[in-house]
Design a protein around this ligand. Structure first.
Ligand SMILES: C[S@@+](CC[C@H](N)C(=O)[O-])C[C@H]1O[C@@H](n2cnc3c(N)ncnc32)[C@H](O)[C@@H]1O
Length: 190
């Protein structure tokens, strides 16, 4: 067999936890690949919220969804994910099953607009509060760039200090690859 890549493994876990009619969140829309994946997972009765601070990312995501005729399943928000607590309606939170982050900057975009340690941890904390037990937050950590290194260190500390009776944290990582490859942290609310 071939081991799944970090992205494949994150999708495998998300796919297991999301069912038709659920709500899912893409915390970093970027080019829209994860949003499209989530829109397929939630089915016709489900819903996806997708966040990005950049208009370019929101526009690209919208285009990708329209190309696949799935834009009606997704609410696109040009807002930071740290605003989610104010934007996700409280009466929908019981149907929320999973959140995905692909940290870092928009591929091919402005490398100075990147996810930031404080807002990333704030948002993960808020999503863990919002999710029902069994809900997942999957975070793909890219630490090959300067801000990414800080984010990685802070996330490791954050993950290590979460009480295991409230949250289980799984790390999936290839340990002997060159060039600091991304790894996955998955937080499961208990
Ligand atoms: C690595 S890209 C995401 C790739 C995306 N998942 C895809 O499938 O193409 C990271 C994105 O996070 C966005 N971002 C940075 N800070 C953010 C924040 N506070 N809230 C939401 N998105 C943010 C960037 O604009 C960028 O588009």
């Amino acid at each position: 067999m071939t081991l799944p890549t970090v992205l494949e493994f994150s999708k495998e876990l998300l796919n297991r936890s999301i069912h038709a009619g659920d709500i899912a969140i893409d915390a970093t829309a970027g080019k829209g690949n994860d949003t499209l994946f989530l829109a397929n997972c939630v089915g016709e009765a489900g819903k996806v919220y997708s966040f990005d601070v950049q208009k370019q990312a929101i526009d690209q995501t919208k285009q990708l969804l329209c190309d696949h005729q799935l834009d009606h399943r997704v609410t696109l928000l040009q807002q930071g994910h740290e605003q989610a607590n104010n934007l996700i309606p409280s009466d929908e939170r019981g149907r929320l099953k999973a959140v995905v982050f692909n940290l870092g900057y928009l591929p091919g975009g402005n490398k100075d607009i990147t996810t930031q340690t404080n807002t990333t941890i704030q948002a993960i904390t808020d999503f863990l509060d919002m999710l029902p037990n069994g809900g997942l937050v999957a975070v793909i950590v890219y630490h090959g760039h300067e801000e990414g290194k800080k984010e990685k260190d802070a996330l490791e500390m954050f993950a290590n200090t979460l009480p295991q009776q409230n949250v289980q944290v799984l790390r999936y990582e290839f340990v002997n690859q060159v060039n600091r490859p991304p790894f996955l942290l998955t937080f499961e609310k208990r």
